[in-house]
Design a protein around this ligand. Sequence first.
Ligand code: MG
Length: 251
Amino acid sequence: MITVKSAAEIELMARAAEVVVDALREARRRVEPGVTTAALDGAVRRAIEAAGARPAFLGYRGFPASTCISLNEEVVHGIPSPERTVEAGDVVSIDVGVELEGYFADAAFTFALGDDGLALLAGGRRCLEAALARCRAGARLGDVSHAIERTAAANGFQVIREYVGHGIGTRMHEEPQVPNFGPAGKGPKLVPGMTLALEPMVVEGDWHTKVAGDEWTVVTKDGGLSAHFEHTVVVTENEPRVLTAGWEEFA
Ligand code: MG
């Protein structure tokens, strides 16, 4: 069932979202060649806990960290490690989820430490913008999905098909699933108060993925670069309210 949130519930999600954006900012400002992904994860965890919130990814189905940090051909769910350093030229995705007073928010962005992947990043951002533009009361969920797929294709990229966006609220993953592909005009009708995590994942090459030996990290099968952009939003009669707005400025 797709739940519609009350104004009070949406304000709680907005508070969780503010913590997500602050934690993403803390991670981003620490990124430089040689930093370990575990150090970035530690900064995220401290920021979340200092705000009186809980890192939603930590312990989720056994995930061992507060942050998913996915480099280069890694799509999502990269596990931070003291053995793993970010290097010049890397394409870095950082994904953070927070629970505050029983409500969740989730956001992610990708950036480059060099010239590799810049067109992919621009294309991925356009996919999220296209999703936001279609996400309003009266539209069908498929309109959002289709806009993402079409925008990726128009920029010369494919979307990941095996992982999707989702409803969010009192749980991190609620109905509906929000694919980044599919026909317009299909799926549930959007109504004000629905809360969704829109998260296009786009790749330079082919969309097929596999899970790495750590049983979490999703990588492209062909080794091509991948990018991920995510906002938690509320459906309204007009443009969606973007609860996790702000990372665009420091991503
Ligand atoms: Mg998500």
